[in-house]
Design a protein around this ligand. Structure first.
Ligand code: T5A
Length: 209
């Protein structure tokens, strides 16, 4: 049986890295054979593309170049890691996927969603996440948390309006695809975020088995 594909999304500082670890522990305790990965990245070549994308000294990356690099990294990630794992029956937990492209390159940069949809179809075919946990919180709160981590990367240097558009786009997508999106209130303290996430995972598992 094909494994399940779970993605985690949210604006900067929403707490994805923290939540990834909680999810990994919860699913492994339940006996799920899981691989944990991230985008952009997840394989040696895709991680090199990530470095290019996040490097703030690359001040003149055109929006279309950024979009194509995201999908170039994704094509490699799917071919080398995600698809073989799912086909082998493993579950894949991925920190960001194509909803981030719709939100950052579509909502944030203003690229036409139809162009993103064409690339999505080309690179992924019919593959879509089975479950997407959207960690939602205000841009102000997210940027404040992200700021505590130190030096901002190329995306984190953008003004807060950029992240407001990204957040709106994420929330629109959650409305558009209610069958797979679950919104987590990430403004809550960590233990409550964890409870919300575990509830959604348990719910998902009960429908799978
Ligand atoms: N990107 C990505 C695109 O533009 N298009 C795409 O298609 C894709 C896939 C890299 C960048 O690439 C862009 C988006 C990104 O800008 P990333 O590495 O996932 O992607 O980027 P970040 O959002 O920067 O991810 P991080 O992992 O660095 O941030 P997190 O995971 O959201 O936040 P985290 O867990 O590090 O938490 C931040 C701080 O808050 C605390 C943590 O302890 C930490 O100090 N915290 C909390 N504090 C209080 N209460 C809570 N509930 C807390 N949760 C976390």
């Amino acid at each position: 049986m094909r494994g399940r594909f779970i993605t985690l999304e949210g604006i900067e500082g929403a707490g994805k890295s923290t939540a990834m670890e909680m999810i990994r522990q919860h699913l492994e305790q339940l006996g799920v054979d899981l691989i944990v990965t991230r985008e952009p990245g997840g394989t040696p070549v895709a991680e090199k593309i990530r470095i290019l994308l996040l490097d703030k000294s690359n001040t003149s990356i055109a929006s279309d170049t950024e979009l194509l690099l995201m999908f170039a990294a994704r094509a490699q990630h799917l071919d080398e890691l995600i698809l073989p794992a799912l086909e082998a029956g493993q579950w894949v937990l991925c920190d960001r996927f194509t909803d981030a492209t719709y939100s950052y390159q579509g909502g944030g940069r203003g690229i036409d969603k139809q162009r993103i949809a064409q690339l999505e179809q080309w690179v992924q075919g019919e593959l879509r996440p089975d479950l997407t946990l959207l960690l939602d919180l205000s841009v102000e709160q997210g940027l404040m948390r992200a700021g505590r981590r130190g030096e901002p990367d190329r995306f984190e240097q953008e003004p807060s309006l950029f992240f407001e558009r990204i957040r709106s786009c994420y929330l629109e997508r959650a409305k558009q695809y209610p069958e797979r999106f679950r919104i987590i209130d990430a403004s809550q303290p960590l233990d409550q975020v964890q409870q919300q996430i575990n509830k959604q995972l348990d719910n998902h598992l009960s429908h799978v088995s």
